[in-house]
Ligand binder design. Structure first.
Ligand SMILES: NC(=O)c1ccc[n+]([C@@H]2O[C@H](COP(=O)([O-])OP(=O)(O)OC[C@H]3O[C@@H](n4cnc5c(N)ncnc54)[C@H](O)[C@@H]3O)[C@@H](O)[C@H]2O)c1
Ligand SMILES: [Fe+2]
Length: 412
């Protein structure tokens, strides 16, 4: 049998993409992180330190209308930098909105793109900063490959959830396929993350709840990921601890700036953890269900997370027992299995306490769609980190559980 050059190239490609260093790890994070109440005042200085002279500010329309970008605009202008605004982000970003944003980037000649808003606006900014440099559709880069960009990139989150301000991912809706696609690469890690909890004081309770559970999902999936490393685990553990304490208060009394700050930093840590360790089955299914049935990302995760934790327990009982400790429900007298169960039930209780749905019963999912959703989830890059091997039939079974709202036996 002869082996062609193309065969060799395919084998090399497979080796490079599928095998990671044994016990080694690479850890990426923004070059500069600024945090604290009113730290927005430092924005101009940090942008100058990063070499910016002409800034394109990409913001969520609602965040702009609420006046939350005003302090950023003032800080930029006071520092003598040029500023152009693009505020046409009205939902989770898709290919069309990215094209308009990139046209404006080209026209204004900015050397720095600054995203301000929730995960949607930050993801839009990240994609706009690179989309002009890559051939084909951005969604062709699901497995990575966004390795360079020509402009600086910064992110100012106004929700405490996605961690997009630190991650190497941007999630884009592929309008033709009707699915959300995580696009990946080191150039998507912003150069700067600025986290000011005063920008989050007015986030409505239901958005606080949903985005906070998204952060918890990042931390838990990163903690049990098969690509976790000591640094990602430390960040994930602390994020789980902080979220379990701060989220109920932040959702119940949004003006508590200390709890807003704790949530913002926890979301940042959870973002660092998953960006460097991967996610899992919750996100793989949530991307499909979210795009198809228009469920907010955090809500889809809140529904799915306890079921997926129970499913994964088979292959990560020890790690889930540690998650129980971080959640404050692990007791010395408990066996690892009992701790696992306690972790699953604690997450479900938190979801209920926050008033978020615990099943897909209210979403009109046709039975015939389940195998398709399962097939699409199998292709989602997030599945790679999942600690348990998964087959499409198992995802279909899981979806049936989530629709009926019944956790598997032993967790009821
Ligand atoms: N890049 C990543 O690493 C990553 C990780 C997880 C999720 N995501 C993606 O992020 C998106 C979701 O982001 P999100 O959960 O932050 O929601 P979002 O950005 O869509 O914002 C939700 C709502 O909150 C409003 N809002 C934002 N900040 C506010 C404030 N301070 N006050 C009042 N209202 C405010 C927005 O206008 C919007 O209506 C999804 O597309 C998801 O797939 C990305
Ligand atoms: Fe997420």
């Amino acid at each position: 049998m002869t082996v062609s050059q193309a065969d060799v190239a395919a084998i090399v490609q497979q080796t490079l993409t599928q095998y990671r260093p044994h016990r080694g790890f690479t850890f990426r994070s923004p070059a500069v992180t600024v945090t604290g109440g009113y730290c927005i005042n430092q924005l101009g200085d940090v942008l100058k330190e990063l070499g910016a002279s002409n800034v394109l500010l990409v913001a969520d329309k609602q965040v702009y209308q609420l006046g939350l970008t005003a302090s950023c605009e003032a800080a930029i202008k006071l520092s003598g930098l040029s500023l152009t605004l693009f505020t046409d982000i009205t939902g989770e970003p898709d290919s069309d909105c990215l094209k308009s944003g990139n046209d404006i980037l080209k026209a204004c000649g900015a050397d720095f793109v600054l995203g301000v808003g929730g995960g949607s606006a930050l993801d839009a900014a990240k994609a706009i900063a690179v989309i002009g440099d890559y051939q084909g559709k951005l969604t062709d880069y699901q497995v990575g490959g966004i390795a360079s960009r020509r402009v600086g990139l910064g992110a100012i989150p106004t929700t405490a959830g996605t961690g997009s301000e630190v991650t190497d991912i941007t999630v884009i809706k592929d309008l033709a396929l009707g699915i959300k696609v995580p696009v990946k690469g080191p150039a998507l890690v912003p150069d700067m993350a600025l986290i000011d909890p005063t920008l989050m004081l007015g986030v409505p309770a239901e958005i606080t709840a949903a985005t906070g559970i998204d952060a918890l999902t990042h931390a838990i999936e990163a903690y049990i990921s098969r690509f976790s490393n000591p640094l990602s685990k430390a960040y994930a553990y602390h994020a789980i601890e902080a979220i379990s304490k701060a989220l109920p208060v932040a959702a119940g009394y949004g003006k508590d700036i200390d709890k807003r700050y704790d949530m913002a930093v926890a979301a940042y840590k959870a973002g660092l953890a998953f960006s460097n360790a991967g996610l899992g089955l919750t996100h793989a299914i949530s991307h499909q269900v979210g795009a198809r049935y228009h469920l907010a990302h955090g809500v889809a995760n809140a529904i799915l997370l306890p079921y997926v934790m129970a499913f994964n327990a088979l292959s990560c009982e020890a790690e889930l027992a540690e998650v129980a400790n971080a959640l404050g429900v692990g007791r010395d007298s408990m066996t690892p299995r009992e701790r696992c169960r306690a972790a699953v039930l604690a997450v479900r209780q938190l979801v209920m306490d926050l008033g978020l749905p615990t099943s897909l019963a209210d979403v009109d999912i046709a039975k015939r769609d389940i195998p398709l959703l399962a097939e699409q989830a199998m292709k989602d890059i997030c599945l790679q980190g999942n600690p348990r091997d998964v087959r499409p039939a198992q995802i279909s079974g899981l979806l049936q559980q989530v629709i009926s709202g019944t956790l598997p036996e032993g967790y009821c």
